[in-house]
Ligand binder design. Structure first.
Ligand SMILES: Nc1ncnc2c1ncn2[C@@H]1O[C@H](COP(=O)(O)OP(=O)(O)OP(=O)(O)O)[C@@H](O)[C@H]1O
Ligand SMILES: N[C@@H](CCO)C(=O)O
Length: 319
């Protein structure tokens, strides 16, 4: 159950008046998700999602919500935040920040085929291009600085082999971040968490993506690697699946062609993307926050992926 803050229809009667949505007619808690309290909200104007942010504060939220608004206005299928009468996208509800966004149609495709991977690749590239003129800046808050700060906290919980893997990989990534190749990579606002459960389909057609609450400015290639490491793998072994990988990369490349720097950085970036989720899952497992009530995701999945990416080269990016 992922509703940490209880809300009733009665609670909403007054609150909803500040939005041009008419009266609230129905409210249903959404069971999945581990970060926020989410509700499907039906009003006189249609179907929406109400999110109460449990762990994010008012300072960070404008970046996420304004980015969603920016993308929605450029035709990228993402939830569009509804402004209140003062133009605000984030408004307190029961003392916590909350937002109302449009509801996407469809359901996640947890067993994606090449056709779904191609759709994801196309949308990711379109999203990168559409965000180029987004004016707000926020770093990826789960980037290298966070890895350096967090690794010492989880080290005491690791086996000697895993402690060695973690420290050597962070050193490798830190060295890479200082290279010319890294500096030449295109960067801008990225989703940074485009897993299968954050994308909707109706049949084989992608209808949208959501959960921008790890978005930040980072390299576009990092975003591609995060996506590939979830969509294009055998879920048991973590190994890359060539057909799905080609489908996603070719579709991305057709919209935003990969550069020589991307090609030079690809293997390293797949490792960075695996490290990012191994570390965050280790952190959530061993150092859970108070507001985090659900079973954390399994870190060993990303440990396997990282070891595989270190030991086996992926196919190259399309030229
Ligand atoms: N705009 C939307 N349209 C339709 N469904 C949505 C929308 N936003 C969220 N959902 C539904 O709510 C669920 C939880 O949302 P979300 O993934 O943003 O929560 P979360 O707490 O950030 O979860 P996690 O961090 O585990 O991915 C989604 O799996 C999806 O089913
Ligand atoms: N996608 C993340 C969860 C946070 O959205 C993970 O699988 O660890």
């Amino acid at each position: 159950m992922a509703v940490f803050t209880a809300v009733t229809l009665d609670d909403l009667n007054q609150w909803i008046k500040q939005f041009p949505l008419g009266q609230a007619l129905a409210l249903k808690g959404i069971a999945s998700g581990i970060e926020n309290s989410n509700f499907f909200l039906t009003t006189e104007r249609g179907e929406y999602v109400l999110t109460i942010f449990e762990n994010l504060d008012f300072d960070q939220l404008p970046f996420y919500l304004q980015l969603m608004r920016h993308l929605a206005r450029r035709g990228i299928p993402v939830p569009d935040p509804v402004p209140n009468e003062h133009g605000e996208l984030v408004v307190p509800l029961h003392g916590k920040p909350a937002a109302v966004v449009t509801k996407l149609e469809g359901a996640s495709q947890m067993d994606p085929q090449p056709v779904h991977c191609a759709e994801a690749g196309t949308m990711l590239a379109r999203m990168h291009l559409a965000a180029r003129d987004f004016p707000l800046q926020q770093p990826n808050l789960r980037g290298l600085d966070w890895w350096l700060e967090t690794a010492p906290k989880v080290m005491p919980f690791l086996s000697p082999e895993n402690a060695q893997l973690l420290s050597s990989e962070i050193a490798f990534q830190q060295a890479f971040a200082g290279t010319d190749t890294y500096r030449q990579l295109a960067h801008g606002p990225v989703h940074a968490d485009l897993f299968r459960n954050n994308v909707m389909f109706v049949g084989d057609k992608l209808t949208g993506c959501f959960d921008f609450y790890f978005a930040g400015c980072d390299t576009w290639l990092f975003d591609v690697a995060v996506t590939v490491n979830d969509w294009c793998i055998d879920q048991q072994s973590g190994k890359l699946d060539p057909a799905r990988l080609s489908a996603l990369l070719d579709a991305y490349h057709a919209v935003r062609p990969f550069t020589d720097a991307d090609r030079a950085a690809w293997q390293t970036m797949l490792r960075a993307a695996a490290l990012r989720f191994w570390l965050s899952r280790l952190y959530d497992l061993h150092l859970p926050r108070e507001a985090e009530l659900l079973t954390p995701h399994d870190p060993t999945h990303f440990e396997r992926i990282l070891r595989d990416r270190v030991e086996h080269a992926s196919q190259e990016l399309p030229a």
